[in-house]
Design a protein around this ligand. Structure first.
Ligand SMILES: Nc1ncnc2c1ncn2[C@@H]1O[C@H](COP(=O)(O)OP(=O)(O)OP(=O)(O)O)[C@@H](O)[C@H]1O
Length: 585
């Protein structure tokens, strides 16, 4: 390994955060490309501009970093210098096609922005045999790149061990003299990809530099650790013009997040129009989007502008995109590519679509593409800036914060200026519950518990406390989700165990497997009687030898030990323990 590569490797080893690793790799790649440029035929006629690292494992953005060439020149070769920050004004590589090409082919692609061509790099250089794809760029992407002097872009896949492509690194350059694929990528491609390959594991594996808690607001009133690391990426997304794809389970807050992005975009003065496709019959989807003229179809008794026209200058949020019919998919693709559409029933004359689209889905769109239910070209067209909202179960740290926020908000509706709090036990109970319905379910439970607390406190309480019993009752109405399997339940128990250990900031030294057996036996004994309980868990022999009473007692003691450890009074079946009384032989 050359000295240069080994010092690059050493720098990656000492990087503690994604930003530091990104800084190293972008600096090394930009300098390497610049050296090639200086010795080639475009020396003094071209210049490197910047590099951008996009980390998007499982097709959802996790991190972004940008490094301007000026910053590279402005600091010594060794030493960390300021980290590359994806600032608010950063312009992202505006091409869905670049990502599609690197993700599908696992190879770097070179783009000539003036010619609007995109061509795979082969081996260390550009293969003449590979087809240039001239449909690769829409005029908007071209305008944007040229607007920041980028005439040539090379995009390298971020290949992690195992062969997955978890992101890309784009280098931008300015060289009017170079045509098509002539720029330095041809000679430097092999070395640049090597640097990207070496850095991939660090870029995708390192945590982000800790950020101070982002500011909350009405649309994002709670931001826990996992969302906090996404907020910088979201802020950048909000300010772009490209389509954002927000995926995540139902009730996780996708619509609110879309609204948050709108409020932070240059289009905030315009309207935010939301179109939930689950509520629109397939044959009316085109009409709802593009509007109609009177008489366009049966029932069209007067003109209707449609979502795009209503949101003129603003944002259209299309939720549950997988419900879009194939016909309407073709219509949406046309708008996204050409920025024009035709109102239904209008003989001629296209309208300009001056809106930004945000798309929501809780379906696996890639899978829908595989099944032929969703157009592949549309998938790539809307998948420019994908982001995933994690389920509430994966952001446990947010549960008490959301619960407090929701109780407060509910109380303000009845008693503006009043005060509502949650008893500690109530928070513990919420934390220990599973939330398949995410924030929507939590909100429902809080509202139900709130009503119970109000009734308990006689109605007119400006100061209100939501107690554990209110939450327990509210949860009881929900019942156990029928689809809950043993594996789901065990996952849930494991999650709560971890959360309890983290809460106390010291190890939770209990043998969970041992106490779990006690829980199972206790529950079974309560439900079907002691002897049958032992049969259910395959320990019939103990019943026959009359040793089961003693065993049950020992098992229940382990349950009791666990309850003591986590300062919980313990479940009802612990009564069995006292009922066993002196029967210890
Ligand atoms: N930022 C928020 N502030 C207050 N409540 C919220 C927020 N986000 C989500 N919620 C609660 O969760 C519910 C669902 O939120 P939202 O509609 O944004 O989720 P979604 O992911 O778009 O759901 P779906 O996929 O079912 O449309 C809201 O009605 C509200 O009760």
């Amino acid at each position: 390994m050359s000295e240069e590569l080994s010092s690059f490797f050493a720098a990656l080893h000492t990087a503690k955060h994604f930003e530091e690793a990104a800084s190293e790799v972008l600096r090394a790649m930009l300098l390497s490309a610049e050296r090639t440029l200086e010795t080639g035929r475009f020396a003094r006629r071209g210049r490197l501009l910047r590099g951008v690292v996009h980390v998007r494992p499982d097709d959802a953005y996790r991190r972004l970093a940008v490094l301007e060439m000026e910053a590279v020149r402005g600091r010594p070769r060794s030493g960390m210098g300021p980290p590359p920050v994806a600032g608010q004004d950063v312009a992202l590589l505006a091409s869905a096609s670049a990502w599609r090409a690197v993700a599908e082919q696992g190879k770097a692609v070179a783009i000539d922005v003036n010619l609007k061509t995109l061509q795979p790099l082969e081996g260390g250089g550009v293969g003449n045999a590979s087809r240039p794809s001239s449909a690769a760029f829409n005029p908007e992407s071209q305008r944007k790149l040229l607007g920041r002097q980028a005439t040539h872009v090379c995009v390298f896949p971020l290949r992690v061990p195992g062969g997955r492509i978890d992101g890309m690194i784009a280098l931008e350059a300015d060289c009017m003299a170079a045509l098509g694929q002539e720029f330095v990528w041809k000679e430097a491609g092999g070395q640049l990809q090597l640097l990207a390959d070496m850095a991939a594991a660090w870029l995708t594996g390192l945590p982000p530099r800790p950020v101070t808690a982002p500011q909350t607001d009405d649309f994002l009133p709670v931001i826990g650790a996992s969302m906090a690391s996404l907020v910088p990426v979201l802020r950048i997304f909000a300010q772009q013009e490209e389509t954002i794809l927000v995926s995540g389970p139902t009730g996780a807050g996708k619509s609110r997040l879309a609204r948050w992005c709108h409020e932070r975009s240059g289009r905030r003065q315009g309207r935010f129009e939301s179109l939930d496709l689950t509520t629109v019959p397939e044959d009316l989807q085109m009409a709802e989007l593009f509007g109609w003229r009177r008489g366009a179809f049966t029932g069209a008794v007067k003109d209707n502008p449609g979502s795009i026209a209503r949101a003129e200058g603003g944002t259209v949020f299309i939720d549950e995109i997988d419900k879009l019919s194939l016909k309407a998919q073709a219509g949406l693709l046309h708008v996204l590519e050409e920025r024009t559409y035709r109102v239904l029933g209008e003989g001629s004359g296209d309208q300009r679509a001056n809106v930004r689209f945000i798309i929501g889905t809780n379906a696996n769109l890639r899978e829908a593409v595989r099944r032929g239910a969703f157009r592949e070209d549309l998938y790539y067209r809307i998948n420019v800036l994908p982001i995933r909202v994690p389920p509430l179960n994966d952001r446990q740290d947010e549960i008490p914060l959301w619960a407090r926020y929701m109780v407060g908000r509910r109380h303000q509706e009845t008693f503006p200026g009043g005060e509502a709090r949650l008893e500690e036990g109530a928070e513990r109970l919420l934390l220990a519950s599973a939330w398949p319905g995410n924030l929507r379910q939590l909100d429902n439970i809080i509202r139900r518990a709130y009503t119970l607390a109000m009734v308990d406190q006689g109605g007119a309480a400006r100061e209100l406390e939501l107690r554990e019993k209110h939450v327990r009752q509210a949860l009881a109405y929900e019942g156990t989700p029928e689809e809950s399997t043993l594996v789901d339940a065990l996952c849930h128990a494991a999650r709560v165990f971890v959360q309890e250990a983290r809460r106390r900031q010291s190890p939770l030294d209990i043998d969970l497997a041992e106490s779990f057996r006690g829980f199972v036996l206790g529950m079974a004994a309560k439900q079907v009687g002691k002897e049958e309980a032992f049969r259910l868990v395959g320990r019939e022999a103990l019943v026959k030898s009359r040793n089961h009473q003693k065993t049950l007692r020992r098992e229940l003691e382990k349950v009791e030990a666990l309850c003591r450890e986590v300062a919980h009074p313990g479940p009802e079946f612990l009564e069995l323990l006292s009922a066993e009384g002196g029967d210890s032989n």
